[in-house]
Design a protein. Structure first.
Lengths: 193, 262
């Protein structure tokens, strides 16, 4: 091609620039241009979002019971019981969770009926509806989200949940019961009813 | 010491040429060995057991995916190295292990790059790639701690140990795009649940990634009120209770560079 096509006042260059600007305004045009110049077309991930989930509960599935995962989790369906992950959790807009939830980071766009304990960052999107207590280090609440429950924030609140003593079981240990029975036997003659 | 196990369908004349080339190449590479054939009167379990007693440490399966299923299902406690020379169709399992078809597989065999992979066990039988339950109305109990049910009427359930390679046609659709489903070295099985669409709706809309559930599990049981069809590595049976669990690091296999896992 001749050099005169690439001068600043060249109509050829003007046409090219105008076409580029027009394409940038279109969603598909942007994707095509990104692909052409081999840019990474993946959007920047917000911290707390569950990217590349290893567990996916789709909208057509119901999970009941105690579910634990070591990886990222995406919920779009129904969960009842308890839900725990050591990494990131995303609750989709159509998801309905009736469970206590534990995660490292969480993004909620659906319904959660239960306590939410998030070690690092909890983000509630506009369609989030939380009915239960929330404990997290960092809380982001978008306009439109609803929370009905106690909110505890900061590093202390998240750490306190981990320090909580486990509830004692109601069943008495066998050794204690045997001792009690033995004492009762010895004292029985001296007890008047 | 290598032992080559040929499937019965290779007796067909159309495979003569490729088998002759394979045997010549194996001789050139210095890895030829005894040949055994699966027939109506012999099974893989018996043949392998006899050869292991004689000191064989590497068994090479010559055939297709169903041949692999017969051999893996007949391994019992035998600890040996498995190689493959894919001949015939389908050969998706071998492709996922990075092994090309025909004569080129001999070079992979001679390089002897081995990986220790997990196997799955379904109702007491070992399987290598996937267990498929198409169109089943089932309940899945995972790890004895939780239960999964589909809110759709019927669903396809696939429990995957080894992801089949993309471009393998209909079978590859069981692996949702964008998810690593079925790594035979991670100690987990991946259960996929996909709602079934009727023939009419299926023409207009395919199940997108958003409609598929993926759950990593080590042990699960699948139950239904009525018996349902089960296909494990091409082997078909029907039952109303199916128990599946992972058997980690169970088998050493010779793999190629183009395998679908690390």
């Amino acid at each position: 091609m001749e050099a005169r096509f690439f001068r600043f006042d060249s109509p050829f260059l003007v046409v090219i620039l105008q076409a580029y600007s027009f394409l940038r305004t279109l969603p598909r045009g942007r994707a095509a241009l990104n692909h052409m110049f081999q840019k990474n077309a993946m959007p920047n991930r917000e911290p707390g979002a569950a990217h590349e989930p290893e567990t996916v509960i789709a909208a057509s599935v119901k999970l009941e019971g105690d579910f634990q995962s070591q990886g990222n989790v995406l919920i779009e369906g129904v969960v009842e019981g308890s839900l725990k992950t050591e990494r990131d959790l995303r609750v989709g807009e159509r998801a309905r969770i009736a469970a206590d939830v534990h995660a490292a980071n969480a993004t909620v766009a659906g319904e959660v009926r239960g306590n939410l304990v998030v070690a690092e960052r909890l983000e509630l999107e506009p369609t989030a509806r939380v009915q239960g207590d929330v404990r997290t280090k960092v809380l982001v609440v978008a306009s439109g989200a609803t929370i009905n429950g106690k909110i505890s924030m900061g590093a202390e609140a998240a750490a306190e949940e981990q320090r909580k003593p486990r509830p004692k079981t109601e069943q008495q240990p066998v050794a204690e019961k045997k001792t009690e029975d033995a004492v009762e036997k010895i004292m029985a003659p001296f007890i008047t009813r | 010491m290598y032992y080559y196990l040929y499937d019965s369908f290779l007796a067909d004349k159309k495979y003569e040429r490729v088998l002759a080339s394979v045997e010549t190449r194996l001789t050139d590479l210095g890895i030829s060995g005894k040949i055994g054939r699966l027939t109506a009167f012999t099974n893989a379990r018996g043949l392998i057991r006899d050869e292991v007693r004689r000191g064989v440490q590497t068994v090479v399966v010559v055939g297709n995916d169903q041949t692999i299923a017969k051999v893996v299902g007949g391994l019992d406690d035998a600890r040996l190295t498995l190689g493959f020379i894919p001949v015939g169709a389908p050969v998706e399992i071998a492709r996922s292990l990075g092994i090309p078809e025909g004569v080129e597989a001999c070079d992979i065999l001679s390089r002897r790059v081995t990986q220790k992979i997990d196997l799955g066990m379904v109702n007491g039988h070992l399987f290598l790639s996937q267990v498929r339950m198409p169109g089943a109305n089932v309940t899945i109990e995972g790890e004895g701690k939780f239960r999964i049910t589909s809110l759709a009427n019927d669903c396809d359930v696939v429990v995957s140990n080894l992801r089949l390679s993309e471009g393998a046609g209909e079978r590859a659709e069981g692996s949702p795009q964008g998810y690593a489903v079925g790594d035979p070295m991670d100690g987990w099985l991946d259960a996929l649940i996909m709602p079934r669409q009727g023939a009419f709706m299926g023409m207009f809309r395919k199940n997108g990634p958003g409609s598929r559930s993926v759950i990593p599990l080590r042990k699960l049981s699948i139950t239904s009120e009525e018996p349902f069809e089960v296909e494990a590595d091409g082997r078909q049976f029907s039952n109303n209770v199916v128990s599946i669990e992972i058997v980690p690091d169970r088998l050493k296999v010779i793999t190629g560079r183009e395998r679908v896992f690390a």
